[in-house]
Structure formats: C-alpha cells, structure tokens
Write a protein that binds this ligand. Sequence first.
Ligand code: SAM
Length: 215
Amino acid sequence: MTEPHFLIATRTSYDAVATAYAERFAGVHDTQPLALAMLDAFATLVRTAGGGPVVEVGSGPGEVTARLHAQGLDVHGIDLSSAMVALARRDHPQVRFEEGSMTALDLGDEALVGLVAWYSLIHIAPEAVPATLAEFHRVLAPGGLLLLAFQVGDEPLSFTEAFGHAVSLDFHRLRPERIERLLRDAGFTVQARMEREAGDGESTPQAYVLARKER
Ligand SMILES: C[S@@+](CC[C@H](N)C(=O)[O-])C[C@H]1O[C@@H](n2cnc3c(N)ncnc32)[C@H](O)[C@@H]1O
C-alpha cells in the first residue's frame, strides 16, 4: 500500500530536525508537573494492574519512554523518524526504541497493557485519526490503558521551516471533546481528562486524556 503523504512529510521533517529538536526540548517535561502527574498516574495504574508490555508511539528523543521505564514499566518506544530513534537509543541505552508508524503497528492483537501517544497523535492527518485510534484499540488487551497528550485548538499549525531546515510539518491541535467522542466510537471508555492553561513558551492550552479499552 502507498504510504500517505503526511507520513512521508512528517518523517522527512523530523529526520532533518531531530538533533536540534532534542537539544531544544531536553528536560522540558521536568518543567511540567501537571503533565507529569498524568504520566505518572498512568504508570501507577499499569503497575498496580500487574504490569505488562507498554509502548510510547512517537517517542521522539525518548525522555517520556525513559521516565516510564525508570518507573518499572516494561516499555519501549516507536517512532516514525530513524534519526529520532537513533538519538533515543544513544541517550537512553537502557530502553528499546524501534522505527515504525502508529498507523500500522508491528504488534499483535491485544499485545499491550498500555499505550502512550505523547504529543504525537497531533501529526496524524485528521481523516486518519479514527483509523489510528482503531489501531491502538487492536493492539491493546481488554482493560488496557491509553494516554494521549496534545495541544488544544482548532487550527493546525504548519511549518515550512524549523531550526534552519526546510520542513513540511503539521501540528493538528485537537479538541478534547472531539477526541473523547472518537475514543468512545473506537471502543474506549474515558477515565480521566486534564486541561491546563498554556505555560511559558506554549501558545495553546494542553490536554491529557486517559482512556481504557472496554473489557
Ligand atoms: C512532538 S514530537 C514528541 C516526542 C515525544 N513524545 C516527547 O513528547 O518528547 C512528535 C514525535 O512523533 C513522531 N511521529 C509523528 N508521526 C508518527 C507516526 N505516525 N508514528 C510514529 N511516530 C510518529 C515524530 O517523528 C516525533 O518524534
């Protein structure tokens, strides 16, 4: 099957900016305690349910995957960009990172107990989001947990230049109500949501949605 244009453009763009992106955003999560509260709650819920395989899709430089790993989760990262995967492997050698797309995961049905898409579903073209949520549903076991993080809004942000490189990168801001409706349509029950105001250097509010695959 031919790969959709948005995947090719996103991969090429992140390959070009991976090193600069990783340097610019190194440690940024440590400055976001509300976001980390959701991430850490996800880790606690997975652990107390007995653990099992977890994946972060769109793992980028790997900080989020590494934080989940440090909390005792059996987690690995998957990213579209080979340059991002190489950086993540270099900086977090204790964690496994693989190349792949969240739109077609190389994982069996019901293989995971948890899946995190931390600021990565934002790169999926809107018409492909329902199928991507269906893919998350396929790879999660019944009762499995899904955590999404994204910028809140209606208009996409499109970049043709980033860190001095020519890119073609769309950031689709999302509405939590719409995502929750799509999650329900895909067979998830929403367990918790948090929306926080924009912090320093951010131009929109940020949302975090935790959902569970129905049993
Ligand atoms: C904004 S970065 C977030 C990185 C990381 N989750 C974090 O918060 O530090 C988005 C990442 O998602 C990856 N990505 C975009 N589309 C993807 C897809 N279809 N499948 C897997 N990864 C994807 C990009 O290559 C990039 O590394």
